[in-house]
Write a protein that binds this ligand. Sequence first.
Ligand code: G2I
Length: 460
Amino acid sequence: MTTPRPGRLTAAIGGLAVAGLSVALALPAAAAGSTLQAAASESGRYFGTAIAANRLSDSTYTTIANREFNMITAENEMKMDATEPSQNQFSYGNGDRIVSWARQNGKQVRGHALAWHSQQPGWMQNMSGTSLRNAMLNHVTQVATHYKGQIYAWDVVNEAFADGSSGGRRDSNLQRTGNDWIEAAFRAARAADPAAKLCYNDYNTDNWSHAKTQGVYNMVRDFKSRGVPIDCVGFQAHFNSGNPVPSNYDTTLRNFAALGVDVQITELDIEGSGSSQAQQYQGVVQACLSVSRCTGITVWGVRDSDSWRASGTPLLFDGSGNKKAAYTSVLNQLNAGGTTTPNPTPTTPAPTPTTPPPTGGGSCTATYSEGQKWSDRFNGTVTIRANTNISGWQSTVTVRNPQRIIATWNGSPTWDSSGNVMTMRPSGSGALSAGQTTSFGFTVQHGGNWTWPSLTCTAS
Ligand code: G2I
C-alpha cells in the first residue's frame, strides 16, 4: 500500500486551446517539495526542529527554521526547571516566546516535557512521597493548562525506563512515589488539555530487540488495555557510531503503532559526516515513511553549532547554515515517499517449495499482522492477497511449542497430527481477482513463546 499523497496536479487548461494550433502542455511530474516541511507534507507528515529561545534573535537561524520546519519543540524552555523554578511560581516567558514565534509563522508546537527525573528544579529534587507526587501532578496540570489549545502533542513523561537489560523502570524520586506515577501524569495532562496528543518519550528505544524497547512497549500495551490516556510514543533517536540506527527500526515503529498509538521521531540527530551520516538519516526517514502512524520527524536543532553535542556535527545544516549531504538525503527520501507494509521484512529466506505449484496456476501471498495481546495469549490476522486471479486458496499457519492455536475466525481450519500446523481454507468461495485481499484470524495461547507464526499461501 503506497502512502497516500494528495493529488498535486490540477492544470487549468481552459482558454489555452487556440484555434488551429496544437498546444503541447508539458506538465511536470508531481512537483517535489523543495523544503523539508513541504516534502514531509506530501505524505501528511510534519518535519520539525528544536528551537532555543536565546537564538530567536539570530536571523540566519530563524530564516532556516522558518523555511524548513513546521513543528517546533522548545529545546529547554518548557522543562520543569524552566517553568516552575520555585514551587508554585510559574515562569513561562521563554516558552511563550517560542510558542508565539511558532504560531506567528504558522507552525505547530510539541510540548517538552511535563514530568521527568532530570532537569527538575532544586526544590523538587529534594522532595519525595506524597508531597512530590502532588507537586508533580500540580506541575503537569498548571503547565498543560497554561499552554492549553496550543500544543499538538506533549511529552507527558520523559525517559522513565532504565538502560541496559532489565527492561524495567529507571529509579528516580518520581518512580519511588509508586509505579503508577506515569499513568497519573497522563491522566492529569488529559484533564488539563484534552485536545493535545499525549506521548511517552524516551531514548534507546529504537532497536526492537532491546529490553528497554520491550519495557516501554509493554507499558504502552498495558495503558491501552486499561484505558490510560496515551496517544503517542516519541522516539528521541540520538544516534552515533556506538548507537547506530538499527536495521529493525521500521519494525519497532510498526509494532508500537499496532498498539493503537501514533509514533513520532522526536529528537533526531546522528553524529558523523558525509555520505555515511546521510545514509543513516535516510534510513530513519524511510522507516518513518513506511509506517502510516509515524506522523512526523523532529531534528534536535537547526545547525551543527546549535546542537547539544555540536562537536559531533549531528544535524542537517553546518555551522554556517549550509545544507549538508544529510539534508539532501532527507529531502530526497521525503520526496520519494514510502510504502506502508504491515510486517517487518522476514529475516529468514522463504523455504523452497517441495511440491510443485498446483495446476491451474495463480499465486497468493499471506501476510501476518499482530492483534491484541494478553499475558497468556495473542491474536493474529493473516491477510491473503491474490497476486493473479485465483479460484481458491489455502494457507498454513505454523506455531512453535508450547504455542497452541485456541480459536479461529473467518475460515475453516484443519490440523496436522502435531497440532502445530493449521491449514486454513476459506469458509465460502475462495475466488479472488488479482490484487484482492481477504483475511482470517486466530488466537494463540503462547505459553511464554511470543514468536510470530510462519505462513504459506497456496492458490488454486
Ligand atoms: O540530552 C539531549 C536530549 C535528550 N532527551 C531530552 C532532551 O530534553 C535533551 O535535550 C538536552 C538539550 O538539548 C540541552 O540543551 O537537554 C539538556 C539538559 O536539559 C540541555 O542541556 C542544558 C544544559 O545542561 C544546561 O547546562 C544549559 O543551561 O542546556 C541548558 C541551556 O543551554
